[in-house]
Write a protein that binds this ligand. Structure first.
Ligand SMILES: C[S@@+](CC[C@H](N)C(=O)[O-])C[C@H]1O[C@@H](n2cnc3c(N)ncnc32)[C@H](O)[C@@H]1O
Length: 422
């Protein structure tokens, strides 16, 4: 990252972005409650973790996330390369399935596949565009798969709410005392976590850093946003922050070990680092997520895209958070795996509420989540993506499928001065 002192005073950044993708935006609709809530999966050890019980050993959960592009448009008629993993269905599978299952008039698809794309003029916004979605401009080595437009930021904000619900109403799980002075949120996205933290700790100075300048202008006075590529060498002075938070950077980072070293160096001795990541693997405990379902294919395609892209989506599965913390020198490392249900199928009321928001966040912007990695990296056409998204929406609306994925928080402490790590 560049020298923070050289950054533009960041507190008020440009929220523009967005008009972008809205042309094909779908109105998010929470799924209806299932008739028969399912209780089985909630009895797994992960539920215990959901109640914020720390584990010190890594559970072995499924996997996570995505990557980006520099094109302004992607070909829509190029042949889709054959899937290299036999478990991955080719993109053409979904268009053929659409023909078999129903025509465009099929009410189960509704408007999902009848969408248009709108391209943004780069003379209006300095963002890169792909199929009408906007992405951050060229900066360092950053290559985020997340669009930075309103539709995607709204999904992020719904996910933020769900994340807090998942953590029993807590913004963070690190054992912070009352005297937190300097806080950094790495890859802060639309900035909602940093805003909530700054509100909760008015005595702390909070910085949110992201490659995209899409945060709001009306923010707490003790918060500022900076714009930089966090995968470049950091120039924050050593021993600056009491607490560093990083959430959902999966699929965005080439070298997690280097990044965690920078975080370690920037923390004060005794300071905490909290990393929350998501798996991309969507599964079920009762076999209702079948191998050839759109839900199951989600993680498989993402994980292969991550391998091709050199930005892994297998952070949770490969236990990278813990390994990179250990390598950087963190101690007292604790892991908190969470089960993240999609939909209102769980019997437990809190899990039902959580599942409703997680489902809504995905439903809100399926195309935005996949467009960069699946088109630019995996070679899917936008039509194939839209038809796949229609299949996924249909499965998400189903009352008989009980999908979930894993999110994992890992917390480490930088040793105090003179402390000898065990
Ligand atoms: C999935 S979003 C998560 C946003 C936020 N952490 C949250 O919890 O809502 C990932 C964010 O990481 C940012 N990002 C990706 N690569 C980055 C990089 N190299 N440097 C800075 N930010 C990056 C993206 O711009 C995007 O806002």
């Amino acid at each position: 990252m560049s020298d923070p002192s050289a950054k533009t005073a960041a507190s008020a950044t440009t929220p523009e972005a967005s008009t972008a993708a809205s042309a094909d935006a779908t109105t998010a609709t929470p799924a209806a409650a299932p008739k028969s809530p399912v209780s089985t999966p909630l009895s797994t050890p992960l539920l215990a973790a959901q109640k914020a019980t720390a584990t010190t050993s890594a559970d072995t959960p499924p996997s996570a996330a995505l990557a980006e592009t520099t094109e302004t448009t992607a070909p829509t008629d190029a042949p889709t390369p054959a899937a290299e993993d036999p478990d991955i269905l080719p993109a053409s599978h979904w268009t053929q399935a659409a023909q078999v299952n129903g025509s465009d008039e099929d009410s189960s698809y509704g408007d999902d596949i009848i969408s248009s794309t709108a391209s943004l003029s780069s003379s209006i916004l300095d963002y890169r565009t792909l199929h009408g979605r906007t992405f951050h401009s060229q900066r360092g080595n950053a290559e985020s798969w997340n669009p930075n437009d309103t539709q995607h930021n709204e999904s992020m904000e719904i996910l933020h709410h769900a994340s807090t619900l998942m953590q029993g109403g807590k913004l963070f799980l690190a054992p912070l005392g009352d005297n937190v002075q300097n806080v950094l949120d790495v890859g802060c996205g639309p900035g909602i976590w940093a805003i909530d933290f700054a509100d909760q700790y008015p005595g702390a100075e909070v910085v949110g850093v992201d490659v995209s300048p899409t945060q709001p202008q009306w923010i707490p006075p003790n918060l500022k946003f900076e714009h930089d590529d966090v995968s470049q060498p950091w120039t924050y002075k050593p021993d600056t922050f009491d607490y560093i938070h990083m959430r959902w950077l999966v699929g965005n980072i080439e070298d997690w070990y280097e990044l965690f070293k920078e975080i370690f160096r920037a923390l004060k001795p005794g300071g905490y680092f909290e990393s929350k990541e998501s798996s991309a693997i969507i599964t079920s405990d009762d076999g209702t997520v079948t191998e050839d379902s759109a839900l199951s294919q989600w993680g498989k395609v993402f994980n292969q895209a991550g391998k091709k892209w050199g930005r892994s989506f297998l952070i949770v599965e490969d236990d990278i958070q813990r390994k990179a913390m250990e390598a950087a020198g963190f101690v007292d490392i604790k892991e908190y795996p969470f089960k993240a249900p999609l939909g209102t199928w769980p019997a437990d009321e809190k899990m039902q509420e959580l599942g409703q928001f997680l489902q809504l966040a995905l439903y809100q912007d399926i195309e935005g989540f996949v467009v960069k990695t699946w088109s630019a990296i995996m070679g899917w056409s936008i039509e194939e993506i839209q038809i796949y998204a229609a299949h996924l929406r249909r499965e998400l609306r189903s009352r008989t499928i009980h999908p979930y994925y894993i999110q994992k928080v890992v917390i480490g402490r930088k040793p105090d001065v003179g402390e000898v790590p065990p």
